[in-house]
Write a protein of this length. Sequence first.
Length: 87
Amino acid sequence: MVRDAEAVAISFGERSWTYGEVDESSNRLARLLVEYGAGPGECVALVAERCAEAVVAILAVLKTGAAYLPVDPGLPTARIDFMLADA
């Protein structure tokens, strides 16, 4: 990680995340994802609006060795279904 874990890594709206917070949160989520089977050769769909938490989720998936599929929740259901089936 970065030398200064207290430096701001992400700012979104009124909330700022430090590098330490991003690392800790993404590690915690990565461990949970591994328990659910995420890992190399797998693809994890992330359905989320643009936000700091989405960045943390992307990092968590990458830490497991899996690929991630960003899914815009504003897309029509048929398009999301196609993306998930095609991934």
